[in-house]
Design a protein around this ligand. Structure first.
Ligand code: PRX
Length: 630
């Protein structure tokens, strides 16, 4: 299953296009199925209706746990590193992890959870989070993990959208020198969530929490009441595995749905190949399990391959900027998979923090989440990889389930800051605004995928039409990624960033409409428009133009109030970096905001704003430019 030469890549790629069913069947064969599939693939992108390995029966946790027990039971499955460097790390062998997952699954069962129920997980980055995710999968419950930075309102929206029955949380979480009161946030969220029957609370930060009689239970009490025997639920390949909410151009975040069989095969295959994982290596993905990267490359990908995955609770700069390098040395990390934002933030501390740590265990480096700039790429290469470790710049999305366009370490010749070539099974195509294919090399276009791959989303929870409209309607018979892309003279793909109204802040996807809605909820705000602008560390920052007619003379206080409102409505991750009070917005005669102009102003590039004659009131542009400069 592992590709070891460029020729082997070309061969695998060719087969994946010429005989996709045979290609994926061969790969799926390497996993454990209780019953093999009847049909590898049936699909159309018009409804869309995509089915992989139909008729196959399996449980993903048997692939991630049980099947490793005999040979690798004592091998570390998860190594956990605390936020506090003084605290001992924790190692869960496959045997222990299996036991813990079974126990946790029994706790869920005891509390009435059955196959198909939706479970919301809002937990810190502790081993129990990975255990909770796998425990859901063990009994066929659908997990919906929510990142710790979201507000009570965002959580409530997500819980209600998928009618979750139970919530798994903790008293609180540590991130650097901050503490987040998770249970308190959940308590606020649950005021408006009638479907939630039980809340199971893990003790972690030991902060006082309120426990509601009949609803709230301590994890530590519950776990004592169950045993370790929990047979895995038999699942159909196309049964739902999880929901993960993500932002788009319009409306509320949508619940991207992944199913058991295809997702497992895709996460496992891409993990093993792109990173060239070797048995006994330690793989460290710095993402949070609240995002797709954590799902696929902390939990399911590595564990499905019997790998050792390192999970870190904290942030790279706590207690200081040497923390990540200390972790690499301490656990002899072989593969380090992180985000450009983290690299840029560590770069800003200079080279001193790197000096005390031995990084010679590193063999492969990876980057994900946003375009990596060349400066960061070279810094990562030279100072972390000692110019000796391939960097895999992996392009993919929540919706794709796993890596799509990415180097395969030691196999695909690299170019700095370039995602290079599609993995086998991935058929990218560039199109113009009208949907015409842009052929040849040295071209730019909108990135689409023209053939299904096993890890792709199947629907958006509770609203299949939305899935169709968002991904499959812009260009008929193509999956539209929302990204712009260049195919260079060598046929290599370089992602240039979103072409829709999504901002990528520190690798987090945020919809401009969502932020605008949040700002507009603030008393006194009449209207707002939000755009992204280049930010040295975060990649993109959020720039908000706000109409607030009765501004008093403490405008800075009002800005802080608005930030507070956004934090309440969405979460701290969506707070604008800049707010500019304006009296009008550039609108066309039909009332559409011309974001193109605002983007230019936010970038500080007002020399060529293009044609503004179609604006209802071109004078407003002058005013905004003046204010943005003052
Ligand atoms: O714009 C692309 C950017 O992140 C988006 C997907 O975000 P999300 O679903 O949150 O998943 C992030 C982790 C997979 C994409 O549409 N993106 C992701 N990876 C890269 C990237 N942009 C450039 N280069 C990448 N390697």
């Amino acid at each position: 299953m592992q590709i070891n030469s460029f020729e082997a890549y070309q061969e695998a790629y060719k087969m994946s296009v010429d005989q996709p069913e045979q290609f994926w069947a061969n790969i799926a064969d390497k996993f454990y199925w209780r019953k093999k599939w009847d049909n590898v693939l049936s699909w159309n992108f018009s409804e869309p209706n995509i089915k992989w390995f139909e008729g196959g029966k399996l449980n993903i946790t048997e692939n991630c746990l049980d099947r490793h027990l005999e040979k690798n039971g004592d091998k570390p499955a998860i190594i956990w590193e605390s936020n506090d460097p003084e605290k001992p790390s924790v190692t869960l062998t496959y045997k222990i992890l299996h036991e813990q997952v079974c126990r946790f699954a029994n706790v869920l069962k005891k509390n009435g959870v059955v196959k198909g129920d939706r479970i919301c997980i809002y937990m810190p980055m502790v081993p129990e989070l990975a255990v909770a995710v796998l425990a859901c999968a063990r009994i066929g419950a659908v997990h919906s993990v929510i990142f710790g930075g979201f507000s009570a309102k965002s959580i409530a929206d997500r819980i209600n959208d998928s009618a979750c029955k139970l919530v798994l949380t903790a008293d609180g979480s540590f991130r650097g020198n901050k503490q987040i009161q998770l249970k308190e946030v959940i308590d606020d969220a649950l005021i408006g969530c009638p479907t939630v029957e039980k809340v199971i609370v893990l003790t972690h930060t030991r902060t006082p929490v309120s426990m509601l009689k009949g609803r709230d239970l301590w994890f530590e009490d519950e776990i004592k009441l169950v045993d370790t025997d929990c047979p895995a639920e038999e699942m159909d390949a196309e049964d739902m595995l999880f929901i993960l909410y993500t932002s788009g151009s319009t409306g509320k975040p949508k619940g991207v749905v992944h199913t058991v069989g295809g997702y497992m095969v895709y996460a496992g295959y891409t993990f093993l190949n792109a990173f060239n994982y070797q048995p006994d290596e330690v793989f460290f993905c710095t993402a949070d399990i609240g995002w797709i990267t954590g799902h696929s490359y902390i939990v399911y990908g590595p564990l499905s391959q019997g790998a050792t995955t390192l999970m870190f609770e904290g942030v790279p700069t706590y207690p200081d900027a040497s923390r990540m390098w200390q972790i690499v040395e301490k656990h002899k990390v072989n593969i380090l998979y992180t985000a450009p934002t983290a690299i840029r933030s560590l770069m800003s501390f200079g080279l001193d923090p790197l000096k005390g740590s031995n990084l010679s265990s590193l063999r492969v480096l990876g980057s994900v989440g946003e375009p990596i700039n060349e400066e960061a790429w070279h810094w990562f290469d030279e100072h972390v990889g000692n110019s000796n470790c391939p960097i895999v710049d992996t392009w993919w999305q929540t919706e794709t389930g796993g890596l799509m366009i990415s180097p395969i370490a030691f196999v695909i010749p690299l170019k700095p800051a370039c995602a290079t070539l599609p993995l086998p099974g991935v058929q990218p195509i560039l199109v113009d605004e009208q949907g015409n294919e842009i052929e040849g090399n040295g071209v730019n276009g909108n990135l689409c995928i023209k053939f299904p791959w096993p890890g792709m989303l199947r629907t958006t929870y509770g609203d299949h039409e939305r899935c169709k409209q968002t991904y499959f309607s812009t260009y008929p018979n193509l999956y539209f990624t929302g990204d712009g892309c260049m195919r260079d003279e060598d046929g290599y793909y370089k992602i240039t960033g979103r072409v829709d109204d999504v901002i990528n802040v520190s690798g987090h996807r945020i919809g401009t409409a969502e932020v605008e809605n949040a700002i507009n909820m603030h008393a006194g705000v009449v209207e707002s428009a939000v755009v992204g602008y280049p930010h040295e560390v975060k990649g993109q920052g959020i720039y908000a133009f706000v109409i607030f007619p009765n501004l008093h003379n403490e405008a800075d206080l009002t800005k802080k109030d608005i930030l507070q409102t956004v934090t309440r409505v969405i979460g701290a991750i969506a707070k604008p970096d800049k707010i500019l009070f304006v009296t009008g917005l550039p609108k066309t005669r039909s009332g559409k905001i011309m974001r193109r102009i605002l983007r230019k102003i936010a970038e500080g590039d007002t020399s060529n704003l293009g044609d503004i004659s179609t604006l209802l009131d071109p004078g407003v542009v002058e005013e905004i430019i003046d204010k943005s400069k003052s």
